[in-house]
Design a protein around this ligand. Structure first.
Ligand code: NAD
Ligand code: ZN
Length: 271
């Protein structure tokens, strides 16, 4: 696990632009500042790539799929499915604890910049596929967690609530006092998204004048489909890898999101 994190951090550092690309990136950051200055209702839609600079590996650009296959003989999509949770709780929780629980992770500049934009009254919502709680830790208030959160947990039998700390301290398959398994409030593959959260996300994107899509491969549905509800003027993509929306974006930046948002939002210079 430690190797996977170090590998990904190394890859991100290597992706920091070489000298000849610095000018082009600076120009894009400048354009982003201009867009933000003109915007009144920014919405952010993000995924696992938003947290890689906090040391939490994503699935697709790190060797997450490969590691899961090698160690467990299944892809993350199988390991994190509702069927697998019910039929193989031991392996489910082994994988979940090793790869999805990062209780010590801290927000990075991307999380901090988005919290700043909200505090300034520019950003109306952060919509995230992440389950790591780092946006809230950075100070964001209106966070729509499409896939739930590792910080909330419930007994499948009596519905008693448990904190993450309580779950971490229990045996591999955490059990309630009543004997039931304690399930994280994380949306597993085969499970439906929370309808209220989904509607709120749709409404926020529909009303936004600027949508920043960042740190997501846009391969996980239905979350990726939210982009299609956007009708505003500026679609900005900030992602290391290519996405299906790059071609129709006002601005597509291929660089680490923490660096981009730090330069565009947290640095003192204005556009
Ligand atoms: N932190 C977490 O909570 C976490 C971690 C792993 C997986 N997941 C879950 O797995 C699913 C994965 O889908 P996804 O689309 O969110 O992730 P993904 O792994 O499919 O894609 C991540 C994308 O982020 C890009 N990326 C990685 N680091 C980046 C950086 N520093 N700056 C800019 N771009 C960067 C990659 O190029 C890639 O395209 C989601 O449902 C999510 O809930 C969550
Ligand atoms: Zn119980």
């Amino acid at each position: 696990m430690k190797d996977a994190i170090e590998d990904q951090l190394r890859q991100i550092k290597q992706t920091v632009p070489k000298t000849e690309n610095v000018a082009a990136l600076n120009e894009q950051v400048w354009q982003l500042k201009g867009i933000l200055a003109r915007s009144k209702r920014v919405v952010f839609l993000g995924g696992a790539g938003t947290s890689t600079e906090s040391g939490i590996p994503d699935f697709r650009s790190s060797d997450g799929v490969f590691t899961a296959m090698k160690q467990f003989g299944h892809t993350p999509e199988v390991l994190l499915s509702h069927t697998f949770f019910e039929t193989h709780p031991e392996e489910f929780f082994e994988y979940y604890r090793a790869y999805l629980l990062h209780p010590k992770a801290q927000p990075n500049d991307a999380h901090r910049a988005l919290a700043r934009l909200e505090a300034e009254g520019k950003l109306s919502a952060v919509i995230t596929q992440n389950i790591d709680g780092l946006h809230q830790k950075a100070g964001s208030k209106n966070v729509l967690e499409l896939h739930g959160s590792v910080f909330r947990n419930h007994c499948v039998n009596c519905n008693r609530a448990y904190t993450l700390d309580e779950v971490v301290k229990k045996s591999v398959v955490p059990r309630c006092y009543c004997g039931g398994v304690i399930k994280p409030d994380v949306v597993l593959y085969e499970e439906a998204l929370n309808e209220q959260t989904w509607r709120a996300a749709m409404t926020q994107i529909h009303r936004a004048d600027t949508l920043i899509v960042g740190g997501t491969s846009l391969l996980v549905y239905p979350a990726a489909g939210l982009v299609d509800y956007f009708q505003g003027s500026n679609l900005v993509v900030i992602n290391l890898g290519k996405t299906s929306k790059d071609a129709c974006a006002t601005l597509a930046i291929s660089a680490p999101i923490g660096k981009v948002l730090r330069d565009a939002v947290l640095s003192a210079k204005t556009a």
